[in-house]
Design a protein around this ligand. Structure first.
Ligand SMILES: NC(=O)c1ccc[n+]([C@@H]2O[C@H](COP(=O)([O-])OP(=O)(O)OC[C@H]3O[C@@H](n4cnc5c(N)ncnc54)[C@H](OP(=O)(O)O)[C@@H]3O)[C@@H](O)[C@H]2O)c1
Length: 366
């Protein structure tokens, strides 16, 4: 909790009115004090949709009339609105790059949904453009900002469970793909459909916390190998697994994502020499974690376990919004928690996974 700073009123412009934009706006309009935040308050200054009716309905349902939120039947109105400090982009994956380019060129700070872009080249180009225009840029990797992720990171950094050995993590969801319209974003290759770009960021974020961010790793990138099954419905990846080898740690992440099976109750197990960290579903927003301590290193015999529970008011998307506001206030070009290096690593890994799986998107911007 920060009390010394004057209150910052941070004004968002929202691009698109789909499911995640709704969830994000509901969260950022909750009273920040309910999560111990005293220095930042979020306002929604403008909402843009391809369809003005959709923007009007979105604002009518989610935002108090006192807020005087402006509505636009396009996205450019939001980019060019002088009352907007930062643009939140909640469109399907394949539009993130162009939406972010347009927002940055209009001089706006940007929070762009995961995956930030569809490939690493696009993200590199956004980083350069953001630097040129002097604006903040971050991928909306919300899980990394939740109190539970910060607590898991603390347990690892304190070294109580020793050196990391293996990370198993899976995020799956049964999207009933046989009955889904082929134009749904999870199936349509034109919208970046499939498991890896949509679900892959979540198993990966836990591997990044446990391995990439581990002090002994010295931020070295892993080697990637992967395997994919594509659905004959549209050719997007239905089941993907990928392993990341971190030579500096002699540790491995075994990660997977599927769009045709439900999640497992324990969705991630972070395995260390002296114990394990178990993370239950949903992997993107778990409500507890359990640390198991072995009786001696590598014995596998659990002597003691501790479970920590987290109660969060809202969906958990507001923590990343607080980070964006504070970074912009402090003149930072990127977050130190989820910086450009981590998004770039994510995009490079996904490029390699798609390359090895033979999955090329119909039109990649770069
Ligand atoms: N962080 C999270 O927890 C989370 C969860 C779900 C999704 N996401 C990410 O958020 C993004 C959107 O997912 P979503 O589930 O919100 O999708 P969605 O419900 O389909 O909404 C996407 C919105 O994008 C706009 N859009 C612009 N061009 C479009 C096109 N050609 N086809 C479809 N929509 C188009 C539409 O809004 P307008 O008509 O108003 O312009 C649409 O409502 C994805 O990149 C996904 O990975 C993040």
């Amino acid at each position: 909790m920060t009390t010394q700073q004057p209150l910052l009123v941070f004004r968002w412009g929202i691009i698109s009115t789909g499911e995640i934009s709704k969830a994000f706006v509901k969260d950022i309009l909750l009273d920040p004090k309910t999560r111990g935040v005293q220095d930042v308050v979020h306002k929604v200054a403008a909402v843009g949709s391809r369809n003005i009716e959709s923007a009007i309905s979105f604002v009518g349902k989610l935002i108090d009339t006192d807020e005087r939120t402006k509505v636009y039947g396009n996205y450019s109105g939001v980019y060019n609105d002088p009352d907007v400090d930062v643009v939140y982009i909640g469109t399907p994956h394949t539009f993130h790059y162009q939406n972010a380019v347009d927002a940055i060129k209009a001089g706006k700070h940007v929070l762009v949904e995961k995956p930030a872009t569809t490939n690493a080249a696009e993200f590199r180009s956004l980083v350069d453009l953001a630097a040129k225009h002097g604006v903040f840029l971050m991928e909306a990797m919300w899980t990394r900002f939740q109190p539970i992720a910060l607590a898991v990171k603390r347990v690892i950094d304190e070294g109580r469970i020793g050196a990391p050995v293996l990370v198993h993590a899976d995020l799956s969801g049964d999207f009933d793909i046989e009955n889904l319209p082929l134009t749904h974003r999870i199936l349509d290759p034109n919208l970046g459909g499939g498991a890896i770009l949509d679900l892959g960021p979540y198993p990966l974020v836990w591997a990044i916390i446990a391995l990439y961010e581990h002090p002994a790793n010295r931020r070295l990138k892993p080697m990637v190998s992967s395997s994919m099954i594509k659905t004959p419905l549209t050719g997007v990846d239905r089941s993907t697994c990928f392993t990341l080898n971190f030579p500096e740690l002699a540790a491995q992440a075994q990660l997977s994502c599927n769009i045709n099976v439900p999640s497992q109750s324990i969705s991630a197990t972070l395995r260390f020499r002296n114990g394990n960290i178990l993370i239950p579903e949903p992997l993107y927003r778990p409500k507890s974690f359990t640390v198991q301590y072995f009786d001696r290193p590598s014995s596998g015999k659990v002597q003691r376990e501790e479970t920590t529970h987290f109660e969060v008011l809202g969906g958990g998307w507001h923590f990343q919004a607080d980070e964006v506001a504070r970074c912009v206030r402090d003149g930072k070009p990127e977050s130190s928690v989820w910086g450009h290096d981590k998004t770039l690593l994510e995009m490079e890994i996904f490029d390699e996974v798609r390359h090895q799986g033979g999955y090329r998107l119909p039109e990649e911007a770069i």
